[in-house]
Design a protein around this ligand. Structure first.
Ligand SMILES: Nc1ncnc2c1ncn2[C@@H]1O[C@H](COP(=O)(O)OP(=O)(O)OP(=O)(O)O)[C@@H](O)[C@H]1O
Ligand SMILES: [Mg+2]
Length: 269
């Protein structure tokens, strides 16, 4: 097998006195889809932010493709440059979309290619239009984020991440800020990317989706990885009690409490 796209070794991170990551080792192979799960506060967001060095670990090693970064050393110019190179190889999609409100959908998508990749305007626009079409939003090219639904905003954010031609895309709870009826349109786009062989790490509590899209589930608790398994094995017979109780909780939360209310103008059936 070829070298993993991401290799994280002995990664530690403290915030003040709190040990948030307590020695994490994780490899992600090229084309692999890893779903990261775990209770709130277990360190999932911190780990994905450490993967692309948005957050610098206190210790350990992060390698993304050809950029290997030894953490905890001096933050000199060459270290900063290396971190920047590693960051450019990853795309990140956040829970809260983080679109620029003063730019149209197309403007958001082409900002990185124009400013960072220095693509000429016509080339960047062609790329942006292609990517908006790919996430089903060709007709929203000139809309500002305030006029887009949450699901549309998140799809623009995915197009924006892809515009940097990343080697890997990291998703941090991409649907958790969305109304349930908008989840599918975002998950479908992610599933298509998986089908195209994109390497991805996805933090999500959507168990059905995780089961379908993931090659591997990585379960974290208390700042360490406590279980890694193929989705079927993880969801049907998790080895650790901590994983079992977590799954009971998310499945309980996902269960419908009552029949949905009819929408305005619709009759209850
Ligand atoms: N910038 C920060 N400063 C201080 N503490 C932080 C910071 N970011 C995270 N933490 C703490 O680190 C711990 C892990 O946080 P993290 O956001 O990585 O967890 P998570 O698994 O993503 O949780 P959730 O499921 O709620 O998103 C928490 O206790 C959190 O309060
Ligand atoms: Mg989080």
């Amino acid at each position: 097998m070829s070298e993993p796209t991401i290799e994280i070794t002995g990664v530690r991170k403290k915030f003040g006195e709190v040990d948030v990551l307590r020695g994490v080792d994780l490899s992600v192979e090229r084309g692999e889809v890893v779903v990261l799960m775990g209770p709130s506060g277990s360190g999932k967001t911190t780990l994905v932010r450490c993967m692309n060095l948005l957050e610098e670990p206190d210790a350990g090693r992060v390698r993304i493709c050809d950029c290997a970064f030894d953490c905890g050393g001096p933050r000199d110019r060459s270290a900063r440059r290396l971190a920047q190179r590693a960051r450019r190889r990853t795309g990140m999609v956040f829970q809260q979309f983080n679109l620029f409100p003063h730019m149209t959908a197309l403007g958001n998508v082409i900002e990185g290619p124009r400013q960072v990749r220095r693509l000429p305007a016509a080339e960047a626009v062609a790329l942006g239009e292609r990517l908006l079409a790919r996430v089903g939003l060709a007709d929203k090219r000139d809309e500002y984020p305030s006029r887009l639904s949450g699901g549309q905003k998140q799809r623009v954010a995915i197009a924006r991440a892809l515009a940097m031609e990343p080697e890997v895309v990291l998703f941090d709870e991409p649907t958790s800020a969305l109304d349930p009826e908008l989840h599918a349109e975002v998950l479908d786009v992610i599933q298509e990317l998986a089908g195209e062989g994109m390497t991805m790490v996805i933090v999500t509590h959507e168990t059905h989706f995780a089961r379908e899209v993931a090659d591997r589930i990585v379960f974290m608790d208390g700042g360490v990885i406590v279980e890694e398994a193929a989705p079927d094995a993880f969801f049907t017979r998790p080895a650790q009690e901590r994983a079992r109780s977590f799954l009971r909780l998310v499945e309980h939360a996902a269960a419908p409490v009552s029949a949905p209310l009819p929408r305005q103008g619709e009759e209850a059936v």
